[in-house]
Design a protein around this ligand. Structure first.
Ligand code: NAP
Ligand code: 8YV
Length: 327
């Protein structure tokens, strides 16, 4: 453990962009060094000799960790940490932390907003007004979609999934879900496979983490099972979706509409998705309010402070929960 008075001698590296509130707090307490990206080739011998912590908004590879032999902790900004090689960190006894809970309600709010936008075409109706078409052409069309009578399925009934489920219940929609494991004591209808869930509902909300186990899980078969009145919302990770199959399903009426906050290759959005009018698209803004991003920033910094002053993090990811401080 480090005496709290010594924290200014600890070097924390910030590769790439970082939330201002987090950067200001880190700078006040530690020696903060910025570099433009987390590229192992850019690690100088000086950095290799002194960096003990990383605060990261983007990905951290195994190679970058290996280039920093004194590294003890990667404090990642976000609850999803699929871009940080946490398994490698666990093997190297490097702690990885994320920012769960503080963003749950904001992200659930965004998911419901996207669902309503997709079903009731609110962004398109607003464009219609702004383009002067209400005046020239009369009322916007009646929407084929409605939330009324829908049944929702949640792919990933974790913290955010449950917050979305509570909101859906308040909207009067029955809820079912698919996880790898049934949640103990949960009354919502459980489906052991994603296809079975999609076949049982007409509104599918994906909020699973990215990574190998969910890669392109939402595919043509799942979308076909969702059916022609189907609405798909993705607030989890873009990698979870076969985007080509999704664009085709939206184009040919296999499903009715989609609301997407996340994409496989951000910030690039496939043209096939930009081209379909029945997709409502957002630039990954699920948690993006000042309030919630400040709370996430505080948790990033609190993890660094707790690790370097008490020898334990606040929110370790499961892959590194076993890692102990060496001091
Ligand atoms: P969480 O509490 O860990 O929940 C994740 C859920 O997904 C768990 O219930 C888990 O259950 C399930 N799951 C994981 N892998 C699965 C698989 N292969 N098949 C089926 N189910 C699987 O995480 P959270 O806090 O709710 O966050 C969820 C994700 O949302 C994050 O990882 C992140 O990618 C995304 N997110 C996006 C935004 C945004 O701005 N759009 C913001 C925050 C978070 P089992 O382990 O039993 O399968
Ligand atoms: C952040 C997110 O925008 O927490 C997550 O998993 O996707 C978002 O809240 C993202 O992590 C920023 O790096």
């Amino acid at each position: 453990m480090t005496d709290t008075h010594d924290l200014s001698r600890i070097t924390v590296l910030v590769p790439g962009a970082l939330n201002d509130h987090a950067a200001k707090r880190i700078e006040k307490t530690f020696e903060m060094i910025r570099m433009d990206s987390a590229d192992p080739a850019k690690v100088t011998p000086e950095l290799a000799g002194k960096v003990r912590g990383i605060a990261a908004f983007g990905g951290i590879s195994a190679g970058f960790m290996d280039a920093l032999p004194k590294l003890e902790i990667v404090a990642s900004f976000g609850v999803g940490y699929d871009s940080v090689d946490a398994v490698h960190a666990g093997k190297k006894s490097v702690m990885v932390t994320n920012t769960p809970d503080v963003l749950t309600e904001e992200v659930a709010d965004t998911a419901l907003g996207m669902l309503i936008n997709a079903v009731r075409e609110l962004p398109r109706a607003e464009d219609y007004l702004r383009e002067g078409r209400w005046v020239k052409e009369g009322p916007y069309r009646l929407t084929p979609g409605t939330l009324r009578g829908r049944k929702a399925g949640i792919f990933g009934m974790g913290r955010i999934g449950q917050a979305i489920a509570h909101r859906l219940e308040a909207f009067g929609l029955p809820v079912a879900y698919h996880n790898r494991r049934q949640v103990e004591g949960m009354d919502y209808e459980y489906h052991p496979t994603l296809v079975s869930l999609a076949g049982a509902v007409d509104t599918l909300i994906s909020v699973v983490p990215g990574g190998a186990s969910t890669l392109k899980a939402v595919n043509a078969e799942v979308l076909k099972a969702l059916g022609p009145n189907g609405v798909f919302v993705n607030i989890g990770r873009g990698s979870t979706v076969d985007e080509e199959a999704l664009a085709a399903a939206l184009r040919d009426g296999t499903i009715l509409a989609a609301g997407l906050d996340v994409f496989a290759d951000e910030p690039n959005v496939p043209k096939a998705l930009l081209d379909v009018p029945n997709a409502t698209l957002l630039p990954h803004v699920g948690s993006a309010s000042v309030h919630t991003r400040n709370a996430m920033a505080d948790l990033v910094v609190d993890n660094l402070l707790s690790w370097f002053s008490k020898g334990e993090p606040v929110t370790a990811v499961p892959e590194t929960a076993h890692v102990k401080a060496k001091r």
